[in-house]
Write a protein that binds this ligand. Structure first.
Ligand SMILES: Cc1cc2nc3c(=O)[nH]c(=O)nc-3n(C[C@H](O)[C@H](O)[C@H](O)COP(=O)(O)O)c2cc1C
Length: 316
C-alpha cells in the first residue's frame, strides 16, 4: 500500500472539463485534485472570471481544482490571479508547456521556454503583487533544447513557487518518444521546489518503475492513463489491478452518467465530438481493434453512437 502519494488529474484541454471531473469524482476514488485545462490570462478590463464555467466554485463541488492559466504578460497574469482570488482560488497554475503550434507562435505555452527572462518576469510579478497566491508552473524540458528547461528551473529557485509540474519531453516532441527521466532527475536535483511528475504513468508497471527511480517525488499527475483506465489511481494506491468484471460494471455506470451529464449541459447533438475523442482512449480499456475503433468513429448520429458504445460497455 502506498500511503503518501498524491495523484492529481492532469489538465487535458477539451477533455477534463468540469463535467468530466465531476463524473470521475462520483465514480472513482483516490484522485481528488485536478489542474484544470488552461484558460487565457487577461488584463482587468477584459476579464470576467464569473463567465468561466469550468472554474465556477458551484460547478466544482467534487474535486479540489487548481485553475490553470495561459499567458505571457506579467500584468495579464497578476490581474487574473487577483480576479481568481475573488472566486476563492488561492492556488493557480501557469502553463508553459503546451506545444500546440497556435499557442507557441504567440510565445505562449512551450513557446515561452526559450525565453527565461519572460518566464522569470511573470513569476516575479506574481510573487511580488499577489503573494497570497500559491503560484505553480507546469513545464516541459524545453521547446527544442533541454538547456532551456534547466535554465528555467534555476531561474525559479529564488521565488516562492508552490510546485513545478514537469512533463519531461521537449515541446518539439509533442507526445512522441518517451519521457526523459535522466533530464527529469537533473531538474529535480537543481530545484529547491516541490516537483510534480507528469508523463506516461499508465499502469502499475510504469508507476513502480517511476517510484523506484524517484522515491522522493510523491506528487504524480495522471492524464491519458486515467482516460485509458479510469480506475488507475485506485489501482496504483492498492498496488494491484481490480478485477476486470468489477471495472467494466463500474465503467458502464460512469459512462452512462457522463453521457447524461454532458447531454444535459450541452444538448445531445453537441456531445458527439467529445465522446469520439474520449473513445480514442476508452478503446484501450475495451481492447477494441483499430478497425472496431474506426467503425465507431465513423458513426455520425449521436443516438447510434450512444447505442453502440453502451452495447460495448455492456449496458444496453
Ligand atoms: C489532449 C491533451 C490536452 C492537454 N491539455 C493540457 C492543458 O490544457 N494544460 C497542460 O498543462 N497540459 C495539457 N496536456 C498535457 C498533459 O497535462 C500531460 O502533461 C501530458 O499528457 C503527459 O501526461 P500523461 O502521459 O499522463 O497524459 C494535454 C495533453 C493532451 C494529450
Amino acid at each position: 500500500m502506498e500511503a503518501n502519494i498524491t495523484f492529481i488529474l492532469a489538465p487535458l484541454h477539451g477533455i477534463t472539463n468540469y463535467h468530466f471531473r465531476n463524473c470521475l469524482h462520483r465514480h472513482v476514488g483516490e484522485i481528488d485534485v485536478a489542474v484544470t485545462p488552461f484558460l487565457a490570462a487577461q488584463e482587468l478590463a477584459k476579464l470576467n472570471v464569473r463567465k468561466w464555467p469550468d472554474i465556477q466554485p458551484t460547478n466544482n463541488t467534487g474535486m479540489t481544482i487548481i485553475p490553470q492559466l495561459m499567458g505571457n504578460e506579467p500584468r495579464q497574469m497578476t490581474d487574473t490571479l487577483k480576479a481568481l482570488s475573488t472566486l476563492g482560488y488561492q492556488q493557480v497554475n501557469w502553463n508553459i508547456g503546451c506545444p500546440s503550434a497556435q499557442v507557441v507562435r504567440k510565445q505562449r505555452g512551450c513557446g515561452l521556454m526559450p525565453h527565461a527572462d519572460k518566464v522569470e518576469a511573470v513569476v516575479a510579478a506574481a510573487s511580488r503583487e499577489v503573494p497570497e497566491c500559491h503560484f505553480s508552473v507546469k513545464m516541459r524540458t524545453g521547446w527544442s533544447n533541454p538547456a532551456e528547461g534547466l535554465e528555467i528551473i534555476e531561474r525559479l529557485n529564488p521565488y516562492p513557487i508552490d510546485f513545478i509540474a514537469i512533463h519531461p519531453r521537449l515541446g518539439v516532441q509533442e507526445y512522441n518518444g518517451t519521457p526523459d527521466w535522466e533530464l527529469f532527475g537533473e531538474m529535480c536535483e537543481r530545484t529547491r521546489h516541490r516537483i510534480v511528475y507528469s508523463g506516461d504513468i499508465v499502469d502499475l508497471d510504469s508507476y513502480l518503475r517511476f517510484r523506484a527511480c524517484f522515491p522522493d517525488v510523491t506528487d504524480i499527475m495522471l492524464g491519458r492513463g486515467i482516460l485509458r483506465n479510469i480506475f488507475l489511481a485506485e489501482e496504483l494506491t492498492a498496488g494491484e489491478t481490480l478485477p476486470l468484471e468489477v471495472k467494466r460494471q463500474r465503467f458502464a455506470d460512469f459512462y452512462h452518467d457522463l453521457i447524461e451529464t454532458l447531454a444535459e449541459a450541452r444538448g445531445r447533438q453537441h456531445i458527439l465530438s467529445l465522446l469520439k475523442e474520449l473513445w480514442h482512449y476508452f478503446a484501450t480499456f475495451y481492447q477494441l481493434s483499430p478497425q472496431e475503433l474506426t467503425n465507431l468513429l465513423r458513426i455520425t448520429d449521436i443516438d447510434e453512437f450512444e447505442r453502440r458504445t453502451m452495447e460495448i460497455a455492456g449496458k444496453e
